[in-house]
Write a protein that binds this ligand. Structure first.
Ligand SMILES: Nc1nc2c(ncn2[C@@H]2O[C@H](COP(=O)(O)OP(=O)(O)OP(=O)(O)O)[C@@H](O)[C@H]2O)c(=O)[nH]1
Ligand SMILES: [Mg+2]
Length: 472
């Protein structure tokens, strides 16, 4: 059964291409296109075979030839939306496409809202809500990692697993609630408590793994934040420019050149990194520079990866002056220590500097993933740094099809479900009565349902689909 009375139309492709595809969907899709389309074979549109391309012409009401096109017809429920649909491939002229849309609206179609095709697919049961959201992510994917996450999710990802757990939980909860109807028989237990505990543990483990993956998923989606910190003149801005291969930040021999935080993204090995060049750290009476330095520490606190840049010719002095403040910030982050300006040192001096920094890190109990020599100016060591950066991101979870959460709405629902299932566990241990257990069980079920969209409000749907493009 389809939910919608309206038949909608929209341009499904971006303007400027060689072809433009107009999509029509709804109960009168075929009927509304039929008067405009004249198949070369002379065959009426409603008798053409679904899924087969048919060549023909689009003509205006006065018979004017608008374009030669290829039309493909889909019959409910075997279409993207689950409704009757027609796709018209035209030449990519804005005039042609606008004319076709105008003819369609004159013949009973309405222009689609953003995401309306996917919303209909969801409402007609072609996909669950999390899969519909993955469609938007897929279109927005800019690198291999986000593409992988979106594809996994669109194919069912974790939602099918969550749906199964939810079904089992629902079954046990119903049994538990049956007990409430027989409350005069105190010993009566329909719902096996150890089975319930077993399921609660299973759900807990599953959701905890998913919520833990959000940090990675979210970082992959927005770009993994990498802060570049160090003393003034260490070469931070030179490094940013070298990584980006463009003159993004001002470089000069004047201390305190960078005052604001400068962000730029770059994709390495299928992962997008968000590099943040910051103001060099030093004592200063300059008000603006002080604000920049505070911001540098703040950005470092928020980063997943920290590139600590040290001028190799002053390695120990720079290490000692910044380590007390910087190392505590890096405790739960990936730290790469870079000895820059390696070109100014001979080999023995450079290895002495590396040795001294390594010894100090060990003394301070600090864990750096790598300590690398570098010359940001001559680009020596940039390849090794890029390789080290990609090693910092554990993509194995993605490669092994282990689901990764990148969607904030899912993360929030999962966190709430996790809280509820943990209260259930505690309640079982404390032998709480069925009515109290059932409250938390219902809450857990509610939040699991939110993810797949079994429970949704118009506000939730509107919020999700407004971020889609028109025609999807
Ligand atoms: N020889 C040599 N000079 C470098 C290297 N990297 C940077 N420099 C020079 O060091 C000076 C400072 O470079 P910046 O990139 O502006 O340093 P910064 O750390 O961003 O400095 P602030 O923004 O003031 O904190 C410039 O004169 C650069 O040309 C390097 O690898 N080798
Ligand atoms: Mg700078």
């Amino acid at each position: 059964m389809t939910h919608s009375e309206d038949t909608i139309c929209a341009l499904a492709t971006a303007p400027g291409g060689a072809l433009g595809i107009v999509r029509v969907s709804g109960p009168r899709a075929v009927g509304n296109v039929a008067p405009l389309f004249h198949a070369r074979s002379g065959r009426p549109l409603d008798t053409t075979e679904p899924g087969r391309a048919t060549f023909g012409e689009i003509r205006g009401d006065d018979g004017t030839l608008i374009d030669e096109v290829v039309v493909t017809l889909y019959r409910a429920p075997h279409s993207y939306t689950g409704e009757d649909s027609v796709e018209i491939s035209c030449h990519g002229s804005t005039y042609i496409l606008q004319t076709v849309l105008r003819l369609l609206t004159a013949h009973g179609c309405r222009l689609a809202r953003p995401g309306e095709y996917t919303e209909r697919a969801f409402l007609n049961g072609k996909m669950d809500l999390s899969q519909a959201e993955a469609v938007a992510d897929l279109i927005a994917a800019r690198n291999a990692a986000t593409h992988r996450m979106a594809i996994n999710q669109m194919r069912g990802g974790y939602s099918s697993e969550l749906r199964q757990l939810r079904e089992r939980l629902l079954h046990l909860t119903s049994l538990l609630e049956l007990e409430l109807d027989f409350s005069d028989h105190e010993d009566l237990e329909f719902a096996d408590r150890s089975e319930l505990q077993y399921l609660a543990d299973e759900i807990d483990a599953k959701i905890a793994r998913l919520t833990a993956s959000f940090r990675l998923g979210n970082a992959l989606k927005r770009g993994i934040p990498v802060s570049i910190v160090g003393q003034t003149n260490a070469g931070k801005s030179t490094l940013l420019n070298a990584l980006l291969d463009e003159e993004r930040a001002i470089v000069s021999s004047v201390s305190g050149t960078t005052r604001d935080a400068i962000e730029a993204t770059k994709t390495l090995g299928g992962v997008t990194f968000r590099f943040i060049d910051t103001a060099g750290i030093r004592h200063t009476s300059d008000e603006v520079e002080s604000i920049g330095i505070r911001l540098a520490f703040q950005k470092t606190e928020q980063a997943d990866i920290v590139l600590w840049l040290i001028d190799a010719s002053q390695a120990t002095a720079q290490y000692d002056s910044l380590s007390p403040r910087l190392l505590p910030l890096c405790r739960d982050k990936q730290l790469l220590v870079l000895l820059n300006k390696a070109d100014t040192l001979d080999a023995p001096a450079l290895s002495a500097a590396l040795g001294a920094v390594n010894a100090r890190l060990a003394r301070d109990g600090a864990h750096a993933r790598d300590v690398l020599p570098l010359s940001a100016k001559t680009h020596t060591g940039i390849d090794a740094l890029e390789a080290a950066l990609t090693r910092c991101v554990n993509l194995d979870t993605l490669r092994h099809d282990e689901p990764v959460i990148a969607n904030e709405r899912h993360y929030e629902a999962l966190s709430a479900a996790l809280g509820a299932i943990r209260r259930v566990s505690r309640g079982l241990h404390g032998r709480l009565p069925a009515d109290l257990l059932s409250e938390d069980l219902r809450e857990c079920i509610h939040h699991l349902s939110e993810i797949v969209g079994e429970i949704h409000s118009d506000a939730i749907l509107e919020n999700i689909f407004k971020h889609f493009c028109i025609g999807k």
